[in-house]
Design a binder for this molecule. Structure first.
Ligand code: PGA
Length: 255
């Protein structure tokens, strides 16, 4: 429904991979392969690679994002990076609520909301991740859980600010496991999230928001996933580290 109203976004999530020199080499490989993309292309990279990525992508169609940010503007938070710092560098995007942050670093729905708030205030576009564990899917609570994660993350976000929100539906059991959700499963949950947006805002907001799928999306399965009516691109982990694979996914989302 109304897929033509939205632009697909393919975002790489490099996670804790690539040193600055490796990042430069990968981006030089990616650039020519995605220059005619018919979708938005973003690379979310480790903090230490941001300078290199911004420099390497200057004047190209590739946007640069970070993988997390703190909710305070500044302060006694040793080892943390604020959204304001990212913005001043020229970073445009940031991921919040990735399941690896939730699982290994104690991120909760509430801290995801705070990070999202700070990122919006700084002027960034936020890729908010939601998704269920396998046990939760088996219990039949995926829709409720993802609705709750979405509602809390977007607490206090205005309809105007929603234009700078991308939601990534990432079933945790599909991340880095090679077990992709079926196109139907991915579409079903993305459609449920869109309904939640319609309820929180209105139909126009729901029709306009980009909802990505993430979890073992690759050059082979991307075509079918991104062709789904409610799937507007993807958040790509492993396959984003190989230029030809990432470019193939961008191509699939450009159709
Ligand atoms: P994956 O990671 O593509 O390697 O499964 C996706 C993600 O974690 O964003």
């Amino acid at each position: 429904m109304n897929k033509q109203l939205r632009k697909a976004v393919i975002a790489g999530n490099w996670k804790m991979n690539k040193t600055p020199s490796e990042a430069k080499a990968l981006l030089e490989e990616i650039k020519p392969l995605v220059k005619d993309a018919g979708c938005d292309v973003v690379v979310c990279v480790p903090y230490v690679d941001l300078c290199t990525a911004l420099e390497a992508t200057k004047g190209t169609n590739i946007g640069v994002g970070a993988e997390n940010c703190h909710w305070a503007e500044s302060g006694a938070f040793t080892g943390e990076i604020s959204a304001v710092m990212l913005k001043e560098m020229g970073v445009q995007y940031v991921i919040t609520g990735h399941s690896e942050r939730r699982t290994y670093f104690g991120d909760t729905d509430v801290t995801v909301q705070k990070r999202t708030r700070a990122a919006l205030d700084a002027g960034l576009t936020v890729i908010v991740c939601v998704g269920e564990y396998l046990e939760q899917r088996e219990q039949g609570v995926t829709a409720e859980l993802v609705a709750m994660q979405t509602k809390i993350a977007l607490g206090g976000v205005s309809k105007e600010e929603l234009k700078r929100i991308i939601i990534a539906y990432e079933p945790v059991w599909a991340i880095g496991t090679g077990k992709t959700a079926t196109a139907e499963q991915a579409n079903e949950v993305c459609a449920q999230i869109r309904k939640v947006i319609a309820g929180l805002y209105d139909q126009e907001a729901a029709d306009g928001i980009t909802i990505q799928y993430g979890g073992s999306m690759n050059a082979k399965n991307a075509d079918e996933l991104v062709a789904q009516p409610d799937v507007d691109g993807g958040l790509i982990g492993g396959a984003a580290l190989k230029a030809p694979d990432f470019a193939a996914i961008v191509k699939a989302a450009s159709k």
